[in-house]
Design a protein around this ligand. Structure first.
Ligand SMILES: [Zn+2]
Length: 104
């Protein structure tokens, strides 16, 4: 038996720890389609939510034309259109994993 390799989700957590990356960047680094990264992300969020030593950071998408920030967006993927000015020039959200402040 070969040693068990890290799963794509574990590798995503590794890459995001202390970093801020878009799903496109994650896809490039993992060598998998961006669509697969987007499928993994909700599970990564759940895993992190159960781990009291870590917290998931979502750096929200932003409209390039009017600077609208998609703060209340619960979906992780990039929105297609700005609700304020209808622009489709939206920056991708970035994800990260930080150490949570430890309470004694
Ligand atoms: Zn806009």
């Amino acid at each position: 038996m070969l040693p068990r390799e890290r799963t794509p989700r574990q590798r995503i957590v590794d890459l995001l720890t202390g970093a801020r990356l878009s799903s496109f960047q994650l896809a490039q680094m993992l060598g998998i389609p961006e669509r697969q990264v987007e499928d993994h992300l909700p599970h990564v969020v759940k895993t992190i939510a159960r781990d009291k030593t870590k917290k998931f950071i979502l750096d929200p998408a932003r409209c390039q034309d009017c600077d609208f920030v998609f703060r209340d967006r619960t979906k992780l993927t990039r929105p297609s259109r700005c609700p304020q000015c209808r622009s489709e020039d939206i920056t991708a959200p970035r994800y990260g994993v930080d150490q949570a402040a430890q309470k004694p």
